[in-house]
Write a protein that binds this ligand. Structure first.
Ligand code: C2E
Ligand code: CA
Ligand code: CA
Length: 619
């Protein structure tokens, strides 16, 4: 069988007699072509494709080659040509694609030029790539400027131009990381202005803003002069000084080889802030309280360090303002207690867990009840009784005293209205009003509304305001108190003698009663100086036609002394501890109801005193 078939070469097959080919057979070529018969005739090489009796069907080698090679290698040929042409094709295609892409980029750049307000380039002078390059250069330039400006904007406090809290904390973190590696100490000052709120309240916010700008300038100068400066290379902002917000500033001291350095800086700042601030024709005085925290003694990360300095600052405030305090762990405990009580108070207020107790203030002559002071009580489900001396200042700090105070006055008036209707027509109820309430409540409408709602006559209400709150009261507050007095509400100065008010101002204040602080009563029998003060307060009261109450009378001798000095009323454990409303009701209304009906009050006899007071036998 032949490997090749004659059908492959229909037109080239020649028929040749076998005998003619006998001598020209080529065995070598036959072997080469897989034993197909090959012969030469007329100088042409023939390849036998079929044998038929005495005839060969043969194909000339050239024809066969043409056919076979073309036939068998055609795909290869196509592949070869394709491989040759492909790079050209791809190149052209890429060029086209790039052209479209660059055109698109150029269009986008033109838009960016427009946005960034960069003048567009002249088309003729630039080929596509150099145009692209120049465009990018211009935009990069603009972007750098923009980054510089925005990084200043992001990290800068708008009002004072100092680093803001965010940038400052970032800087602190970096510094503390370095300090950890080098095992060095750093310290931080938390500065809070004293009396800034009053400036804002009295003169307005734009005035307050001016003060903050001037404070920032003074602090900047201090940082420079005390060699505490560290400038940011890009923004040129002072990194070691920040306005944290409101009237709070902070200074970071990188180099505390000498721990006394922080103290020295704090003292210097206190002096600087206490210098007069001049604004237009006004001279303003404020102060600063400073807390100091030291890395790593007080805390080991930036947030905590700032927080501890804040805690120490808070202590500086409560210890008298205008001073500095260095953080100690005991302060942290106090802070935690503060936050805990604040949260618990919010809950207690929502769940109505507060109660009022009532302590009688009686006349020294006949022990008739002049009024009851309402005093808040908090029986905590876990802690038991928590004293108002602990939680009221916290409520005042957070302004929680506003909703709490609303509840107190409402509850006191409601209770007194019930007693009033039961016959205690001459007895009053007193409510302690805090300084925060004076500032935030418009007193006249606020009180009148509560009286209206509870049905208590205005003459049955007394407001107790401490001497220190009176000193800080604005003319607006005094006006409101005046209006209330005209309605019949009485006003008492509480804790008198502890607030250092000048006696001359006393005559101008809208007051009816002076409550002399327990401190004087405690000391009067032992120290003649206090005895003399009591005497002169008593004289003053008489001259100004004010009723006097001695607070905290616990002993019979104190009661006697107070009576001798001409002080008309007493309040104290000797007469009664603060009582529940139920006990007051039982003691005053159930006993001797006729007496109450006739006089509008009753007597509240001291239990331990065994003497006769104006014909009233006190056992
Ligand atoms: P305060 O207004 O001077 O109230 C008198 C405080 O002296 C009361 O303490 C009372 O229980 C106590 N006291 C009365 N007689 C004696 C005595 O003979 N000896 C002693 N050692 N203490 C006596 P309390 O109830 O613990 O209140 C303490 C302070 O808490 C009050 O002083 C007042 O400043 C504040 N507070 C109490 N209740 C309220 C309230 O409802 N509202 C506001 N804003 N403050 C309140
Ligand atoms: Ca009081
Ligand atoms: Ca008092």
């Amino acid at each position: 069988m032949s490997a090749l078939h004659q059908d492959l070469f229909p037109s080239s097959v020649e028929k040749i007699s076998i005998s003619e080919t006998e001598q020209s057979k080529n065995s070598f070529l036959s072997a080469l072509f897989l034993n197909n018969t090959v012969f030469i005739q007329d100088k042409k090489l023939y390849f036998v494709v079929k044998k038929e009796q005495k005839i060969y069907h043969a194909v000339p080698m050239r024809a066969m080659f043409n056919k076979v090679i073309l036939l068998t290698n055609f795909p290869l040929l196509v592949l070869f040509i394709s491989a040759f042409l492909l790079p050209f094709y791809l190149n052209i295609k890429n060029k086209r694609k790039n052209y479209i892409l660059i055109k698109g980029i150029n269009n986008k750049l033109a838009s960016l030029h427009h946005i960034f307000e960069i003048p567009t380039l002249e088309k003729s002078n630039h080929d596509t790539f150099s145009k692209l390059n120049t465009s990018l250069d211009l935009i990069l330039d603009k972007a750098n400027k923009f980054q510089h400006e925005s990084s200043i904007n992001i990290f800068q406090d708008k009002l004072t131009g100092l680093s803001d809290r965010h940038a400052y904390l970032q800087h602190l973190s970096e510094q503390l990381e370095k300090a950890e590696k080098l095992n060095t100490k750093k310290s931080l000052l938390f500065i809070d202005l004293d009396g800034f709120k009053q400036v804002n309240d009295s003169f307005g916010h734009s005035f307050g803003d001016e003060i903050l700008i001037q404070v920032a300038e003074r602090l900047k100068t201090t940082v420079r002069n005390q060699s505490l400066s560290s400038l940011d290379s890009v923004t040129l902002l002072e990194k070691n000084l920040s306005r944290l917000g409101g009237d709070e500033f902070s200074i970071f001291i990188e180099d505390v080889a000498d721990p006394a350095k922080a103290v020295e800086v704090a003292q210097h700042i206190i002096q600087e802030i206490e210098r007069d601030f001049v604004l237009g024709n006004k001279v303003i005085k404020i102060g600063a309280s400073i807390g100091i925290a030291v890395y790593p003694d007080s805390a080991v990360n930036a947030h905590a360090l700032l927080q501890m300095a804040d805690v120490a600052m808070y202590r500086a405030k409560t210890d008298g303002r205008g001073i500095f305090r260095i953080y100690s762990p005991e302060m942290g405990n106090k802070m935690r207690r503060h936050h805990y009580l604040l949260e618990e108070m919010r809950l207690a207020l929502a769940n109505q867990n507060f109660k009022l107790s009532f302590q009688p203030i009686v006349n020294v002559q006949d022990c008739s009840i002049l009024y009851f002071e309402s005093l808040i009580r908090w029986n905590h489900p876990v802690e038991g009784e928590i004293t108002p001396s602990e939680f009221i200042p916290i409520a005042e700090d957070s302004n929680l005293i506003l909703p709490l105070g609303d509840w107190i006055i409402h509850e006191a008036c409601r209770q007194m209205a019930a007693w009033f209707n039961a016959g205690m027509k001459k007895v009053k109820i007193s409510v302690n009003i805090s300084g925060v309430q004076l500032k935030h409540r418009e007193l006249h409408p606020w009180v009148m509304d509560i009286l209206d709602k509870t049905g208590l006559p205005s003459h049955a209400l007394l407001l107790e305001i401490t001497e220190s709150c009176f000193i800080e009261a604005t003319s607006d507050t005094i006006e409101q108190l005046d209006l209330l007095r005209k309605e019949g509400v009485q006003i008492a100065i509480d804790d008198f003698g502890t607030g250092f008010s000048s006696l001359s101002t006393l005559a101008d204040l809208p007051v009816d009663i002076i409550k002399i602080d327990k401190l004087f009563i405690d000391q009067a029998n032992e120290k003649t100086k206090y005895n003399k003060i009591l005497e002169s307060i008593s004289e003053l009261g008489k001259k100004l036609n004010l009723k006097l109450v001695a607070e905290g009378v616990e002993e019979a001798e104190q009661f006697e002394l107070v009576r001798k000095l001409g002080i008309q009323c007493v309040q104290g454990y000797l007469v009664s501890r603060p009582e529940t409303s139920r006990n007051v009701g039982t003691k005053v209304l159930k006993n001797n109801l006729n007496h109450v009906a006739m006089t509008g009050t009753n007597v509240w006899l001291p239990q331990k005193l065994n003497t006769t007071v104006n014909n009233v036998v006190i056992k």
